[in-house]
Design a binder for this molecule. Sequence first.
Ligand code: MSP
Length: 482
Amino acid sequence: MNAKKSYYVTTPIYYVNDRPHLGTAYTTLVADCLARYHRKKQGVQNTHFLTGTDENSQKTIEAAKKAQQEVPQYLQKMSAAFVQCWKDIGIAYDDFIRTTEPRHHAGVNFIIGEILKNNPEDIYMGEYTGLYCYKCETFYKKEDLINGCCPDHKTPAAEIKEKNYFFRLSKYEAPVRDLLQKEFLQPKSRKNEMLGFLDKGLEDISITRENAEIGIPYAADPSHKLYVWVEALMNYYSAIYKTENESMLSDGVHLVGKDITRFHSVIWPALLMSARLPLPKMVFGHGFFTINGTKMSKSLGNVIDPTDLAKKYGQDALRCGLLSSFELGNDGDFSMKDFEAKYHSKLAGGVGNLFSRVIKLAHKLQNGRVSPAPADPKTQATYEKAMESLKIKEAYDVLFGAVNTANEILNKREPWKQKDNAEFIQETFDQIMPFMHAILHMASALLPEKHKTMKEMLGQDGNLGEPQQLYPKIEPEIVKNQ
Ligand code: MSP
């Protein structure tokens, strides 16, 4: 039995037909924030953060053709673009998996093998006629299409007629329903949505393609390749398969957007049940945000590159701008106007101003010496409660609340007016410092870029460091989509 308490957080693996954008950065930042919190809480060894790229898709072939590149070169270039972007915006993952890697193929073959061994009747050959959207690599029911078009991509769905291998998903309707009735899928709104979907009945799904140009061969009949969605889901296992982290599957927290919750909360657990492998702990289907009220799309030209924002405003600004504006399960909106306003009020004028104000005052009034103080326990407990329940916006609110409290103490007591009253000054800092340390504690996950600088400023054993500027004022961007 695995006695250690571990935390395994994953993002979806992203398609490589597109560069990383603010939407994919969002989920990745959420995962990074949770991973940093858990590393601090239960240790680096017991925390594992996985992200990666989903490469065996027909979209890849088309995008490579469009870019006039060979598929392997195209894949290399695009997955490298994700790696670079995550570096630029301050993501510290433990592992990055590409579904073209041999280790993924090995993990997938293992799971399929376990299904065939434990429940051989779960995979069978059948004929499939269906309506397929190549852009989301998904089959649709006729009634779910709008004038024959994919509801997301608005392009006509193709009619596909093939002899394929099927997975007996229908067999798992009852156990999946039982699972969804527990805490497996969050938030509640997604759980209800998915239970409603199950009420319509689960149909078996086709899991192979005969004429796919790219993909993992189905070992039992290599003339077929596995359906991209089926093998992509398996990345969460293949990345840890035969490693010291293999037992972490049951600690898995899969963060996904609401667009792909169904795959993760219905198909993935059913495949694992069939293979008799442990189920992850939770799927969290977060909301989507729009840009100025409009869906983000290349054709509308409103796609924002997260690297640009991180370069201009800093990594903390990007993280705080995206994660503190709306609760994880809800939909939201992003605008440059709000982003810049928040940067100036909460970071430059909030956290940054407080740190420089307190450190400067302590140097002036107390020679940079304060009594050593632990983080305010109530603030810390409220923050931890929020993070444990994935309420990241709430966690930022706790941090901003601590900034306000510290400022209020200063404004009320005005220690600079009582320069000769050493006791009063000492008392003032005794009241403020627990909040400064609580902010430092929270910053390790919420504002990690400047965490080290904050730590230097708060010094050690009550000997404060030098004041430094954390978040400079920045001239507003003239953005076309404002
Ligand atoms: N390759 C599949 C996932 C396979 S996982 C086994 C895929 N890739 S994707 O590149 O299209 O990424 C979709 C994910 O990007 C969403 O689930 C979500 O996490 C994120 N987002 C994309 N646009 C977004 C918003 N506008 N808002 C929030 N998240 C967004 O689907």
